[in-house]
Design a binder for this molecule. Structure first.
Ligand code: FAD
Length: 498
């Protein structure tokens, strides 16, 4: 009963998609999750009748025929998702606190036109920038559902930074700031972030942008259902602690307070560093362990989840990226004194109303080092000084957003908060990192994590393979499953199912 073809550790998006694909292809699959709820970063929580997203706030490329829709259609869930399309002429708004604002529109022509309205003399730079995005995306076969023999090596061919690329296109600093302003989508660092990450993410949102209605956990629930329909299992409250080996292969996974589970193959959806901790020293090469453990992770976020007075605040059908000044690359440069320096503001889509927002989410970067005082504490046991710290940060963030939306503060009747420690303890990301391992264009080879490990029956999946985000993790899951099914047959199946 406790022996499976494939045992997947972690029910984040990567674990669940991998589970659907493999169970669909006839494998007897079991996904285990340490928490009470599935989904990892795509789970929700409800407070005061409001549904808050932990991670997946918006997705791109979901019009029929676009890449994410095609992947999800193969998984059997595309038409079951309840989504709201963001404003076609403004899915993201870039706002500077002097009042200047810029709209990012859907559709490449529309996107260009909206930018040209604000930067009429920059036709060439804007056209070149958009062409570069499309050219770069074209070079990633899996992103375009094309067959490839060496999918992961695609990314390391694109070794230039976004900032270098912009500097080559224009001297207009304001245009450069605006085009870089959504860099929190990849926790961007000016001197490090590769252009290809920006291109893959922005291309998807420019194609089409959508919010989950009543939260992204619907995605996890639908995927779990598909696994079960295919005969697989998803077990919560099952925390993996370590692996037992038989010769050089894993034979079982040892669980906290439960009997071990046995399988032919194991897939880890948790951070590679944590996966390696489950493997005895003599089973993995020192150099590999050292390389993985030395990789840097992206910064975390501080979040305010505000409950709004009923029917008091108009629902905003776009995301607001608000900046204190012209510095839009704040991940490494933000100061905890002048906090925050930017804010991402989202009014989640609710089935209750499309006229009024019932809640608001405000986010700003926060480094784990700001929380060093509480680093050894557990959820709900961090003390009153932690609560005071969070309250002070929350007030700062609300006041910051209120400068642009002057009636916001008075409409927030209650709020909740989370810090990188919350993410560390709930989803198991190292230091509460937003998107896992960070990438440096100067050394992309180092940060590439292959699904295949040195253990013959252990694979990895999730945001550290390929790319983070709903689309990135979906493509990463395909890569992981291709190790068992073969990449060409899998792409054939995805394409022919649409
Ligand atoms: C604040 C925030 C906002 C985001 N916004 C967006 C967005 O708008 N759009 C977008 O596309 N992406 C967004 N993302 C990114 C996206 O949510 C993630 O890249 C993606 O969900 C990660 O999925 P994953 O499968 O890699 O891992 P995770 O979601 O981290 O899941 C890992 C799972 O493993 C479980 N686990 C850990 N250890 C164990 C163990 N020992 N035993 C068993 N289970 C274990 C965890 O509990 C968790 O459920 C956001 C992320 C964050 C943090």
């Amino acid at each position: 009963m406790n022996k499976f073809d494939v045992l997947i550790i972690g029910s984040g998006l990567g674990g669940l998609i991998t589970g659907v694909i493999l169970s669909k292809e006839g494998y007897n699959v079991c996904v285990i999750e340490k928490q009470q709820h599935i989904g990892g970063c795509i789970q929700n929580f409800t407070r005061d009748n409001c549904i808050f997203d932990v991670g997946g706030h918006y997705i791109g490329g979901f019009e029929k025929g676009q890449n994410l829709y095609t992947f999800f259609n193969y998984l059997g869930i595309a038409d079951k998702l309840n989504l709201r399309k963001l404003d076609v002429d403004c899915f993201d708004k870039i706002i500077f606190q002097n009042g200047e604002n810029y709209s990012f529109a859907m559709g490449f022509e529309n996107h260009k036109e909206k930018l040209l309205e604000k930067f009429p003399k920059e036709n060439k730079a804007i056209s070149d920038y958009l062409n570069k995005i499309r050219e770069t995306c074209d070079k990633f076969p899996l992103y375009n559902l094309k067959k490839t023999d060496n999918p992961l090596m695609e990314s390391i061919m694109h070794n230039d930074s976004f900032d270098n690329l912009l500097n080559g296109l224009t001297n207009n600093q304001k245009l450069k700031n605006v085009l870089s302003a959504t860099n929190s989508l990849y926790a961007g660092i000016k001197e490090k972030s590769p252009f290809y990450m920006h291109a893959l993410i922005m291309n998807s949102y420019i194609e089409s942008s959508w919010r989950f209605v009543d939260g992204s956990s619907q995605l996890a629930v639908l995927l779990k259902k598909q696994i079960e329909l295919n005969g697989g299992k998803v077990l919560t409250n099952h925390e993996a602690l370590s692996f037992t080996f038989s010769d050089n292969c894993i034979s079982s996974v040892n669980l906290k307070n439960k009997e071990p589970l046995f399988a032919q193959n194991f897939i880890s959806n948790i951070h590679p560093t944590l996966t390696l901790k489950m493997i005895p020293d003599d089973k993995i090469r020192k150099a590999y362990r050292h390389r993985i453990n030395s990789l840097e992770n992206t910064i975390g976020m501080f979040t305010v989840y505000g409950v709004l007075e009923e029917n008091s605040f108009t629902y905003i059908n776009h995301n607001d990226y608000i900046f204190r000044d012209s510095n839009v690359w704040t991940a490494e440069t933000y100061s905890s004194i002048n906090y925050p320096e930017h804010c991402l503001m989202i009014t989640p889509a609710s089935s209750k109303s499309d006229k009024y927002a019932d809640c608001v989410i405000l986010m700003a970067y926060m480094n784990i080092s700001d929380l060093s005082k509480w680093i050894n504490t557990d959820i709900e046991k961090r003390g009153t000084d932690y609560k005071d710290f969070k309250d002070a940060k929350a007030q700062g963030l609300i006041n910051f957003a209120n400068k642009y939306y002057p009636d916001l503060k008075s409409k927030i009747k209650k709020y909740y908060t989370s810090t990188p420690l919350t993410y560390r303890d709930y989803t198991g990301t190292i230091d509460g990192s937003l998107y896992g391992i960070s990438k440096d264009y100067k050394n992309l080879v180092k940060s590439v994590i292959f699904p295949k490990t040195h253990i013959p029956n252990l694979l990895m999946t999730g945001q550290n393979i390929n790319l983070h985000g709903v689309l990135g993790v979906t493509i990463g899951s395909i890569l992981t499953c291709s190790e068992l099914i073969g990449i060409h047959p899998l792409i054939n199946k995805i394409v022919s199912s649409n």
